[in-house]
Design a protein around this ligand. Structure first.
Ligand SMILES: *Cc1c(COP(=O)(O)O)cnc(C)c1O
Length: 232
């Protein structure tokens, strides 16, 4: 068995166990294989093992990989997005997880309008730990941003994404996962999320803490190094 296949099976088993502990179905959690700075051969290998959802951080790098890999793969953008890359991101990705300001939302919406009118699902990146060096909108500003985005015809906000403060012990991160779930639930209550009856996506949890994130309601876990190994 290859290393990728082994890692993938291990991660899937852990996802299933964590979901079961939380009384959630395994299908409620999707694995985003974070493939930034990994060679295309490893992505191909993961795809051969059945992995069909990948996350990339850099539009240029992603473009090269997307062109070379199977069209059945779905790609999520999880990096920091600049307005001048919005058109590239709109053309390449099935979802942008890192919208954190109206300017970026407008740039994406405009690019989608100009390139055929496709509607793109997005997530709002929330700076749940209020860390000055990190991207993401402050939790209290989320409702306002969601209201403004409602006017943009080519974007559908599906949920929230976070990069919480880093801790070695995932139990230290649990409160941030919980706060994110509570924020999403409050936004749903205000009719600003999942108003169309669709489920809410919570993109949280990485290699070191995805099981805790799943216990707290994660629907998308973004896993890089635990699957592919160290990045180049
Ligand atoms: C790189 C990255 C990940 C994956 O991190 P690992 O610790 O390697 O699993 C997840 N989310 C984002 C936004 C990233 O940039």
């Amino acid at each position: 068995m290859t290393r990728i296949k082994h890692n993938l099976q291990l991660i899937q088993a852990r996802i299933e166990k964590a979901a079961r502990r939380a009384g959630r179905p395994q299908e409620a959690v999707r694995l985003v294989a974070v493939s930034k700075k990994q060679p295309v051969e490893l992505l191909r290998e993961a795809f051969a093992c059945g992995q069909t959802l990948f996350g990339e951080n850099y539009p240029q790098e992603a473009a090269g990989k997307i062109a070379r890999l199977d069209r059945a793969i779905a790609w999520h953008f999880i990096g920091h997005l600049q307005s001048n890359k919005a058109a590239t991101a709109a053309a390449l990705f099935d979802m942008v997880q890192t919208v954190d300001r109206l300017k970026i939302a407008r740039a994406l919406d405009r690019s989608l309008a100009e390139s055929g009118g496709r509607i793109m699902p997005i997530l709002i990146q929330v700076n749940i730990g209020r860390e000055p060096q990190k991207a993401g909108i402050a939790p209290e500003d989320c409702a306002g941003l969601l209201k403004s985005i409602l006017d943009l015809k080519h974007l559908r906000v599906r949920g929230l994404m976070i990069m919480p403060p880093f801790h070695d012990d995932p139990e230290e991160t649990r409160p941030y996962f919980r706060q994110t779930r509570e924020l999403a639930s409050s936004l749903c209550g205000q009719g600003l999320l999942a108003a169309d009856g669709g489920g809410v996506e919570l993109s949280m949890g990485m290699s070191g803490d995805y099981e805790t994130a799943i216990e707290e309601g994660a629907t998308l876990v973004r896993i890089g190094s635990a699957l592919f190994g160290e990045r180049k």
